[in-house]
Design a protein around this ligand. Structure first.
Ligand SMILES: NC(=O)c1ccc[n+]([C@@H]2O[C@H](COP(=O)([O-])OP(=O)(O)OC[C@H]3O[C@@H](n4cnc5c(N)ncnc54)[C@H](OP(=O)(O)O)[C@@H]3O)[C@@H](O)[C@H]2O)c1
Length: 249
């Protein structure tokens, strides 16, 4: 059994790779740098752990990854690489935001759609998209990041229904964690003001949900409740509450 994980060399992706290795999968990790790949190689000497470098901000790199994996019999595809940014709209870098859209959304569309088509042909395979609790509503000062995650969330929901209509055995899941203790804060230049989850806990919940074919995976009771609540109140109220979830830092 083989799983491809983008952003599998660090943070949540690394923990999902670890969980899959525990369950007997071989893993193919994709990111720009090798990150913690060697740790997995040492911990799982009987499994195959491979790494290849691709910068998925670049569309051409996404197509190169697709070409390179065309003849591999993949069972699981995890679309996880992504980053965020915080700041006033007058201060944040437009270039960083455009690249965020390219990685979080354009690369996600190219890769997820192509793997879905591959999996539909063989009528097997599981896909997980790392969305976020940020998919549930708008937030000031992280507006672009939240918008990119909503795109992924609705993509997963729409494709889920298409798969059901086809009576396909292929599944797609949307992982929606609240803040997680990873390098995300450093990259996004933010400090979370609400409690953070351990990436190991998120990785475990993610793989459990993925292997069950669950559409939405929302780790943690508090955020499940907040998600339910978010359906009942105006979006203007949600953006006011989310204003307090992180600060520039
Ligand atoms: N941490 C949170 O609070 C949180 C909450 C909800 C959702 N998420 C989502 O979870 C996902 C993983 O984030 P994380 O928190 O685990 O952060 P992380 O520790 O910074 O991991 C990000 C991973 O993505 C890879 N990556 C970044 N840019 C890339 C690029 N251009 N091409 C290929 N790979 C790239 C990184 O490796 P390289 O730098 O070597 O490329 C790394 O392996 C993201 O989609 C994020 O939006 C995070």
């Amino acid at each position: 059994m083989l799983a491809l994980i983008t952003g599998g060399t660090n943070g949540i992706g690394y923990c999902m790779a670890d969980e899959l290795l525990k369950r007997g999968y071989d893993v193919f990790l994709v990111s720009r740098k090798e990150g913690k790949t060697q740790e997995l190689i040492k911990r799982y000497p009987d499994r195959k752990v491979s790494f290849s470098s691709y910068d998925l901000i670049d569309e051409k790199e996404c197509y190169r990854l697709l070409d390179d994996t065309e003849n591999l019999n993949m069972d699981v595809f995890i679309n996880n690489a992504g980053y965020g940014d915080i700041g006033k709209l007058t201060d944040t870098s437009l270039e960083k935001e455009v690249n965020m859209v390219k990685l979080n959304d354009i690369a996600s569309l190219i890769l997820v759609k192509t793997f879905l088509k591959r999996f539909i042909i063989k009528n097997s395979g599981r896909i997980l998209m790392t969305c976020s609790a940020a998919s549930f509503g708008p937030a000031p000062y992280m507006t672009v990041y939240y918008s990119t995650k909503s795109f992924c969330y609705w993509l997963a929901h729409g494709y889920y229904r298409e798969l059901k209509d086809r009576k396909s055995k292929v599944t797609i899941s949307a992982l929606c964690p609240s803040p997680v203790k990873t390098d995300f804060e450093k990259e996004a230049n933010c400090k979370f003001k609400i409690g953070t989850l351990e990436p190991e806990k998120v990785g475990k919940a993610a793989i459990k949900g993925l292997l069950k074919g669950k559409l939405e995976i929302v780790p943690g009771f508090k955020i499940k409740l907040a998600h339910l609540f978010s359906h009942l109140v105006p979006k203007k109220f949600i953006s006011k509450v989310l204003n307090k979830s992180a600060e520039i830092g």
